[in-house]
Design a binder for this molecule. Structure first.
Ligand code: XMP
Length: 512
């Protein structure tokens, strides 16, 4: 494996992902872990990420000099290169103008990391501090418009640096440069893939669980589905899945989950139809946070009841499967090792006092890798590529009003039409999320020479990478027309369809 040390750059996770895409397992660790912690992992190489600070800022993250003495190749990217240059006696200064965005790299000497790439190539920059002279014994390999030293190396010390960002798509030869470092410098064989760690995960799960029972809350999303399948493959029917249908799911989604797991994969499954129970609790509630709270609390109650029932046998379920992902682990500052620490990112928001040990088979994987493993395990495409769906479901899309059975059913039908048309148009995977919102508003229309007074359906579709920011999707007009025509034609209570053209910020993705 290769360790990526995170100096706080916005692209640090992306570096780790790109290394994996090259075929080398990577771990992203916070910069303060120090040389000893890195050495423990016996990595074949070390990458120092970019970061927002100036190397001269009072609180700027420092380089642990021990990192350069581990006897493994080091690649510094952006801030990472500046740190190395400064530490070893190069000149780093603030340039008069920063260099942000597209730039041109002019290669004087290719050295090892730029080998095989053009003498002039586009690259993506984001920095103000600049290396003006390499440390003694280092060769300056390339310059860019505003960086006299945009790449440097010392093959003797096995230390390399690039000022630009090889991990972003705007650096077209970025992957080649990373591969040069990983294969030719570090000696990695570029064969890792998410699917290739399935066997390893199965062994690890078997070792952790032994012959004990395991329980898993299925939500129908890709994370819990893949986690459940992995555990089932590892320990078979020691696993029982619990699927709580709270009545806020999309059309037929509950059935699909039950069918896939119980019928196709033969996974022992308890499906709880709790629609009545949730609707009763939600009665009279219109405030979004109150709805969330009611649904969250009720979900835990139902799950606990089922877990208690399962525990009544001779030996209770002691293990709980969670679909924790690597990005969650990074956010909470942890490593990829098996852990029994309670994760705050659990599927149903389960409380700490549930006495379970966690099984987290996806802890080492990024989302796209989880999808790859899902596909490898034979999970249907529909589940592998499912757009994110909020825990409280359709209840927070019946806005400004009470989530009654009637409104939820209407919204579910409208949503089904939208999904159907978006899939038919081949756009489903391009969208981060696409859904309908049903405000508690009626408007006047005219249909068949008669005045109508019906519901408005809002179409919301966004593109995004991480839900932190989002852009409204430019759906084709013809598609929008087709969707609107079907909704009004097929849904008696709907007489108007509108499109939400708000990005995030200033809007949020959901309306509540
Ligand atoms: P917003 O609306 O804040 O949503 O832009 C960002 C992402 O989070 C999802 N979301 C939720 N997910 N429980 C969840 O599990 C919730 O209460 C919830 N609220 C919003 C939303 O669908 C989007 O992907």
């Amino acid at each position: 494996e290769v360790v990526v040390l995170d100096y706080g750059g916005q692209y640090s996770q992306l570096i780790a992902r790109r290394v994996r895409e090259c075929g080398v397992f990577s771990e992203l660790l916070p910069h303060h872990v120090g040389a000893a912690e890195v050495a423990k992992r016996k990595p074949k190489g070390l990458i120092l990420s970019g970061g927002p600070a100036s190397v001269y800022a009072p609180n700027a993250p420092k380089l642990d000099p021990g990192l350069l003495e581990l006897g493994i190749p080091v690649l510094g990217i952006c801030y990472g290169m500046q740190l190395v240059a400064l530490e070893l006696g190069g000149t780093v200064e603030s340039a008069e103008v920063g260099e942000y965005g597209r730039s041109t790299l002019t290669v004087r000497e290719h050295g090892r990391v730029l080998a095989g790439t053009p003498a002039e190539q586009p690259c993506w920059m984001s920095h103000r501090d600049t290396v003006f002279a390499p440390p003694p014994g280092f060769t300056a390999l390339a310059a860019s418009t505003a960086s006299p030293v945009a790449a440097l190396e010392s093959t003797e010390r096995d230390i390399y640096g690039i000022q630009f960002h090889p991990e972003v798509v705007h650096t077209p030869f970025g992957q080649d440069i990373l591969k040069n470092f990983l294969r030719d410098v570090c000696g990695c064989d570029l064969t890792w893939s998410a699917a290739s760690i399935v066997e390893e995960q199965l062994a690890r799960i078997r070792e952790q669980v032994g012959d004990k029972k395991v329980i898993c809350g299925l939500s129908g999303g890709v994370d819990s589905s893949v986690a459940a399948l992995l555990v089932h493959r590892a320990v078979g029917d020691q696993l029982t899945c619990v699927f709580v249908d709270h009545g806020m799911m999309r059309k037929n989604e509950g059935d699909q989950v039950v069918q896939t797991f119980r019928d196709t994969f033969k996974v022992p499954l308890v499906a709880v139809d709790a629609e009545e129970r949730f609707l009763t609790k939600l009665r009279g509630t219109t405030e979004p946070e109150a709805k969330r709270k009611i649904i969250g609390t009720e979900f835990i109650r139902v799950f606990e009841e089922e877990a208690a029932k399962l525990a009544q046998g001779e030996e209770g379920a002691r293990y709980l499967v969670q679909g924790t992902l690597y990005s969650d682990v990074i956010e909470s500052g942890g490593g990829t090792g098996a852990s029994t620490i309670k994760s705050h990112h659990n599927v149903g928001g389960l409380p700490d006092d549930l006495q379970f040990e966690l099984v987290e088979p996806l802890r080492a994987l990024f989302k796209d890798e989880v999808r790859a493993v899902g596909a490898e395990l034979g999970l249907p495409e529909r589940l592998v590529w499912r757009q994110p769906f909020p825990g409280p479901g359709l209840a927070i899309r019946v806005v400004g009003g009470e989530a009654t059975k009637e409104r939820l059913d209407l919204l579910r039908d409208a949503d089904a039409i939208l999904q159907d048309e978006i899939r038919k148009a081949g756009l489903y995977r391009d969208l981060w999320q696409s859904f309908c919102v049903l405000p508690d508003v009626r408007t006047v229309g005219v249909q068949g020479d008669e005045r109508t007074y019906g519901y408005v359906v809002v179409i919301r579709a966004v593109t995004s990478d991480d839900a932190m920011t989002a852009d409204w999707a430019r759906l084709p007009y013809d598609l929008l027309e087709q969707i609107a025509a079907r909704m009004i034609g097929e849904l008696r209570e709907v007489n108007r369809v509108v499109l939400d053209i708000t990005s995030k910020p200033p809007g949020t993705i959901e309306w509540e």
